[in-house]
Each structure stands twice: as structure tokens, then as C-alpha cells.
Design a protein around this ligand. Structure first.
Ligand code: 5RP
Length: 228
């Protein structure tokens, strides 16, 4: 089955968790694209009244173009639910996000949400995190120094580049450095170290955050609950 069909299947299933009156967080990425379509369909067909907060201008535009109400997170009360994609999820429900360079906004929305659901195709489920490069959002000022510190720690940093060789800029005009670690045996220890490095605004380790994972598999959609 095509990977996009698996993403769509997971997104369609997760859209069923949206309830009338909800304050909903919307993530970013190709899987969330299908989610926004599915939520918009429910809003139209079931006359749901929901309000959303978005984690990127891309998602905000798609949602509002489809008639979903989008507000600024600063004007929103605590979110009832956020549904987002992920790049890797390990067997302890820890995740890597930021493949789309939106992890700073995604984490702000996630930590302000009562519940978090991740929607993925089966290829994102791994035993141990780290095969997917770990994204960092880094302030341009002094970013070469941050890079050198990361290299000295053997974290194999690489500035993320656009197709034409420019450094990728995030929503907040920061750079992205990806860490090619290979295997992250102790995600909490790495997250704690990264949290203390001046110049790194946010990293893509999303630990102890997700409540449910909706997985699009060849055999159908599986929903698994995190023990929290
Ligand atoms: C963006 C993200 C995305 O959620 C993640 O990259 C998954 O994307 P996709 O659904 O396109 O595979 O973290 O920063």
C-alpha cells in the first residue's frame, strides 16, 4: 500500500476523536494535511463548532481555507486535544519531531494541550530513537559556536539546507541543525543536555508527551495508548 494511503488512514481515524465544542491543536506535515481535510469534512457535514490553534502558517492556511476557525494560541484557553504527526516513535512512546522544522511551535502547542495524539504510518514506529536525524532550532547569532560544541560532543551536527543550498529558516527565522546520532539510548539525558545549551531554542525530542498513537498499517489502523 502507498505510504500516503497509510497516513490518510491514520488521519481519518484520528479525526473521529474531535468533538463538538473542542479547542483543538493542529500539527504540521503531510499526515496532518489529511487530518485537516478530515476534520473540515466533519465540521461541514456534522456542523461541529470547533476552534483550532495551528503549529505552522501552512496548516493555518489550509484549515482556514477549509472553513475551520483558527485563532492565536495566546488567545486560546488550554487546548482539549492536539493531533500531530511524528518522525519516529519508540516503544516507550518517546518521539522525534521537527522533520518539517516546526518542532518549536509544535512543542509549545503540545505542552499546552490536555491530550496529545500522534498520527503516523507504520514506518515511523521504531525500537530506539535516532535513525531519524534529531532537529534543533538554533538562533543564528553564534550558531557556528553551537555547531562546534555539538560536534565536540560527537553529535554529528549538520545545518539543514534548502534545495538551493541556503540554510533553512524556521517560522521564527532561526536555523535548523540536525543531529545524526544513529541511536539515542538515553533520550532524557540527551534532552536535558540540549535544554541547557545556550543558543538552542528547542530540540525535537518530545518526551512523555503523547497519550495515544494512531498508526496506519498495511493490516489496518491500530490505536495504542501510552501509559500516562
Ligand atoms: C514537522 C513535524 C511533523 O509532524 C513530522 O515531520 C511528520 O511529518 P509527516 O507527517 O509529513 O511525515 O514534526 O516539524
Amino acid at each position: 500500500m502507498d505510504i500516503n494511503q497509510l497516513k490518510k488512514a491514520a488521519a481519518d481515524e484520528a479525526a473521529k476523536f474531535v468533538e463538538d465544542g473542542m479547542m483543538l491543536g493542529l500539527g504540521t506535515g503531510s499526515t496532518v494535511f489529511y487530518l485537516v481535510e478530515a476534520v473540515a469534512k466533519r465540521v461541514r457535514e456534522e456542523n461541529l463548532h470547533i476552534t483550532t490553534v495551528s503549529t505552522s502558517s501552512r496548516t493555518a492556511k489550509q484549515a482556514s481555507d477549509l472553513g475551520i476557525k483558527v485563532i492565536d494560541i495566546n488567545d486560546a484557553p488550554t487546548l482539549d486535544l492536539t493531533i500531530d504527526g511524528a518522525d519516529e516513535i519508540d516503544e516507550h512512546f518517546q518521539g522525534i519531531k521537527g522533520g518539517g522544522a516546526a518542532h518549536l511551535l509544535e512543542k509549545i502547542v503540545a505542552i499546552n494541550s490536555k491530550r496529545n495524539i500522534w498520527i503516523v504510518d507504520q514506518s515511523k514506529m521504531v525500537k530506539t530513537l535516532g535513525a531519524f536525524p534529531l532537529p534543533l532550532e538554533v538562533i543564528p547569532f553564534g550558531s557556528e559556536k553551537v555547531y562546534q560544541r555539538l560536534a565536540a560532543e560527537n553529535l554529528h551536527p549538520e545545518f539543514r539546507l534548502t534545495e538551493d543550498g541556503q540554510r533553512v529558516r524556521t517560522h521564527n527565522k532561526n536555523f535548523v541543525i540536525d543531529l545524526h546520532v544513529g541511536t539515542i539510548e538515553h533520550p532524557h539525558i540527551l534532552a536535558d543536555w540540549l535544554d541547557h545549551q545556550t543558543g538552542i531554542v528547542e530540540h525535537g525530542l518530545f518526551l512523555d508527551l503523547v497519550n495515544q498513537v494512531v498508526i496506519g498499517k498495511e493490516s489496518g489502523v491500530e490505536i495504542i495508548n501510552a501509559p500516562r
